[in-house]
Design a binder for this molecule. Structure first.
Ligand code: ZN
Length: 238
């Protein structure tokens, strides 16, 4: 059987027939695809554990369309630090749910794949505040999906965002506006604007406030996902 090898992240699985499973994989070059793995539910199938949700794999895939079969798996990273930490796990499942709802087969997803992998590695390796990694993912994911937020200039008069003027966020414009141009109800402080700049270019200002940034990003993530996300509600309760 001739198969091709790909980099993939495991999104989820469902049982199929007596001993098979169908896996939803996020494949760097193919987007989101369904693949059948035969016989993985038989007692002590090593392959089944290699296909745990969240695992990063090198996977052999045979066939195309609805008839794809997994022929071999090699785990590259199993993200055990994430799986052993409930808060990190929730953040990761939130990322996977966004991918599940917005990515389709045969789309150019290599940049989104790399963003997701980078964020999972950061979650895995650091004590970095999870919210910042979450916002970093949301901000750059929106950008790669073609929904860039304009945070550097007023969307109406084009005035550059500086700390010595007052700015607000306007959802219709998907960006900041100066308060001379529009009465935004969502006023952005310097710490809010600096938090946006931090996501954009990593520039660390003295005070960063991610509360409004988080609210704004989740509004757009919900918009493009087409429905509210289960894991997002779960996150906001905790
Ligand atoms: Zn303006």
């Amino acid at each position: 059987m001739v198969s091709s090898n790909f980099d993939a992240l495991v999104l989820k699985n469902i049982n199929f027939k007596d001993s098979d499973k169908i896996y939803s994989l996020f494949v760097r070059e193919l987007g989101k695809v369904s693949c059948k793995a035969k016989g993985v539910r038989k007692f002590s199938s090593k392959r089944m554990s290699s296909l745990d949700t969240l695992n990063f794999l090198r996977v052999g895939i045979y066939g195309s369309g609805d008839l794809r079969l997994i022929t071999e798996t090699k785990v590259i990273h199993s993200f055990n630090n994430i799986k052993n930490n409930l808060s990190k796990l929730k953040t990761s499942y939130y990322f996977l749910e966004i991918i599940n709802k917005t990515i389709y087969e045969d789309s150019d997803t290599s940049k989104i794949f790399d963003l997701l992998l980078k964020c999972l590695k950061r979650l895995e390796e650091t004590n970095y505040s999870d919210t910042r990694i979450e916002n970093f993912f949301e901000y750059h994911f929106l950008k790669l999906m073609g929904y860039s937020l304009n945070i550097s200039n007023c969307g109406i008069c084009n005035k550059e965002v500086t700390t010595n003027a007052s700015f607000g966020f306007k959802f219709d414009n998907a960006g900041v506006v100066c308060l001379n141009c529009s009465n935004s109800l969502l006023i952005l402080s310097t710490a809010d604007l600096d938090a946006f700049m931090f996501l954009e270019n990593g520039r660390k200002a003295e005070n960063l406030d991610f509360k409004k940034v988080d609210e704004i990003l989740k509004y757009y993530i919900t918009e493009i996902s087409g429905s509210s996300l289960k894991s997002q509600k779960f996150l906001s309760i905790s």
